[in-house]
Design a protein around this ligand. Sequence first.
Ligand code: ATP
Ligand code: MG
Length: 297
Amino acid sequence: MSPETPAGAATAASAPWSIRLRDAVVRYPNGVVGLKKISLDIEAGEMVSIVGLSGSGKSSLIRTINGLVPLSSGTLEVGGHRMDLARGRELRRLRGQIGMIFQGFNLAGRTTVLNNVLVGRLAHTSVPRTLVGAYRQRDRQLAFEALDRVGMLERVYHRAAHLSGGQQQRVAIARALAQEPGIVLADEPVASLDPPTAHAVMGDLRRINRELGITVLVNLHLLDLARGYGTRLIGLRAGEIVYDGPAATATDADFERIYGRPIGDQDLLGGTTAGSVQGGDQDLLGGQSAAPAGTPA
Ligand SMILES: Nc1ncnc2c1ncn2[C@@H]1O[C@H](COP(=O)(O)OP(=O)(O)OP(=O)(O)O)[C@@H](O)[C@H]1O
Ligand SMILES: [Mg+2]
């Protein structure tokens, strides 16, 4: 982004990235196959829900796209760059453009919200600056804007450990945004949250996809969330893609095929907030949560 870019647009500096996997195989050192020859094209700006039973390969897919798990064979391109061939500084540069959100938030609890979000700037900050904690004014501006985008600006100097789970996950989203990512990957981001908070966090992810155009992939095991927030649904079973189509029109029968069993209450979050699952725009108010007023987040 050029220095004259107006404030407010700063967290959308990177162009969104596409993802291309060709015949991608992940075989772990113990011989277990996490991904079996997957070929997949995700276009820049898509919002993809990835579903499947435990052990179907959802985390393997996300970790592969982030370069955390190497391909055993096949190819991986992110944003037009060959991630599978990248090493050292180039690999770190590519990974710096990919924001990660985890089920357990992965914040440093003893330090402030602001410092946690500034960690997202590390990939763009020189080592000597990082060592002295000398973040540039622009890094701080990006961190503040990212926190504003998820409605967490007023907690900027709070300790991360003092926040609720939903608030911590929003800070984690802000940290990812501060990277100015081309892709955000979320691995079961709401699995530890109560239903209203889960909807609020999913609403935030949808908002950064819609407003900033960032490509978002979310691993989920609850079909109402997968159907309600993704525009595209990918179903994994035993390391293979067994469903790929629009999320909104995926039927219960499609989910039963992906899961290989009848679906039940355990596959639904429930507690939907009006507008959030039906695709309403209640969560598009910039930093406002999709949860009903008064809901702890
Ligand atoms: N580091 C690893 N070493 C060996 N095997 C692994 C490793 N990580 C995952 N696996 C195996 O790869 C397969 C896919 O696992 P993965 O974690 O991708 O599934 P998942 O869909 O994310 O499951 P869950 O819903 O439980 O998180 C499983 O058989 C798992 O045991
Ligand atoms: Mg997993």
